[in-house]
Design a protein around this ligand. Structure first.
Ligand code: SF4
Length: 276
C-alpha cells in the first residue's frame, strides 16, 4: 500500500528518471577530451550496449519531455544520416568496435520517422562498424504506432530487432486531444499485430498518468484497453509538468491537470490492477 502522506509531502515536479543521472544533470562541462579519454580507457573485456537517438517528429505531443527535432523536411533526415556516419567513423578511432554487442536501442523522437530504406542504411552502417552482435542480442526500437508500416517492421526484423516499445499514453479521446496526440485504439492494435507478425519477442507499451482530464475512471478504461493488446511489458510514467523547461507543455491548460490525490489513486490502482 502506498504511503499517500509521504507522497503528498514530497510532491514536486521533476524530470522522469529513465536515465541516471537525469537529463537535467547533463552538462557541457563534460568536455570532448574527457569523453575521448573515457572511451579509450574502457575495459575491453566488457560487451557493448549501443544507443542511437533518432530525434525527428512531425508534430509535438504536448506532454513530451524528450529531446526532439520537429520537422517534415527530408533533407534534415538525410543530413542526420551523414552526420551519423561521421560520428561512427570518429567513434571507431577511439573505441574497439569489434567488442561483442549485447544490446542496441533506437530511441527518439520517432525512429520510424525514417523510411524503411533509410532505416536499412542506418542499421547497415552501424553494423559495418560493430559487426559482432551476439546471437539473440536485445535489439529494440521505440515506435509511434501512427508512424509504422510493414516495410519498416520487416527491415527491423530482418536486421535482428526483437523488441519494440509503443507509445500509447492514454486511450481517452478528450485526453488525446488535450495533449495533441490523437491515436485511436485501432491504430495501436494494427501496430501490435505487425510486431507479433514479425516475431518481436517483447513488446512494451508506455502509458502516462497525470495528463489533462484524466481521472481514475478514465485511466481504468485505458488500462483495460491496453491489456487487451496483450503486451509483454508496461511502462507507466508519472507526467512531469515542467513548462519552464519544455515550451510545448505551455500549451497544456493547467486547470485540467489531475490533483496529486487523483494521480496517486491512479498509481495505486495501476499497481493493483497489473499485479492482479
Ligand atoms: S511522438 Fe514521442 S518523441 Fe515525438 S513528440 Fe510525441 S512523445 Fe515526443
Amino acid at each position: 500500500m502506498l504511503d499517500f502522506a509521504k507522497f503528498t509531502k514530497y510532491s514536486k515536479p521533476g524530470p522522469r528518471y529513465t536515465s541516471y543521472p537525469t537529463a537535467l544533470e547533463f552538462s557541457d562541462a563534460y568536455a570532448y577530451d574527457e569523453y575521448i579519454k573515457k572511451l579509450e580507457s574502457q575495459d575491453e573485456s566488457r560487451p557493448l550496449s549501443l544507443y542511437f537517438h533518432l530525434p525527428f517528429c512531425k508534430n509535438a505531443c504536448y506532454f513530451c519531455g524528450c529531446s526532439v527535432v520537429f520537422t517534415s523536411k527530408e533533407e534534415k533526415m538525410l543530413r542526420y544520416i551523414e552526420y551519423l556516419k561521421r560520428e561512427l567513423e570518429i567513434l571507431s578511432k577511439h573505441l574497439n568496435c569489434k567488442r561483442e554487442v549485447i544490446q542496441m536501442h533506437f530511441g527518439g523522437g520517432t525512429p520510424t520517422f525514417f523510411s524503411a530504406p533509410q532505416l536499412k542504411i542506418i542499421i547497415d552502417e552501424i553494423k559495418s562498424y560493430f559487426p559482432n552482435f551476439i546471437p539473440n542480442a536485445e535489439i529494440s526500437c521505440e515506435i509511434d504506432p501512427r508512424h509504422i508500416d510493414e516495410d519498416q517492421m520487416r527491415v527491423m526484423s530482418e536486421a535482428g530487432f526483437n523488441r519494440v516499445s509503443f507509445g500509447i499514453q492514454d486511450f481517452n479521446e478528450q485526453v488525446q486531444v488535450a495533449v495533441h496526440r490523437v491515436q485511436p485504439y485501432s491504430i495501436t492494435k494494427d501496430a501490435m499485430d505487425l510486431a507479433r507478425k514479425y516475431n518481436m519477442v517483447s513488446v512494451n507499451v508506455d502509458l502516462i498518468y497525470g495528463l489533462p482530464y484524466q481521472t481514475l475512471g478514465t485511466f481504468k478504461e485505458t488500462l483495460t484497453l491496453a491489456l487487451t493488446l496483450n503486451p509483454d511489458r508496461f511502462a507507466v510514467f508519472n507526467y512531469a509538468h515542467v513548462p519552464w523547461l519544455k515550451k510545448t507543455m505551455r500549451k497544456i491548460d493547467e486547470t485540467t491537470l489531475p490533483e496529486p490525490d487523483e494521480k496517486l489513486a491512479i498509481m495505486q490502482y495501476t499497481i493493483d490492477f497489473l499485479t492482479s
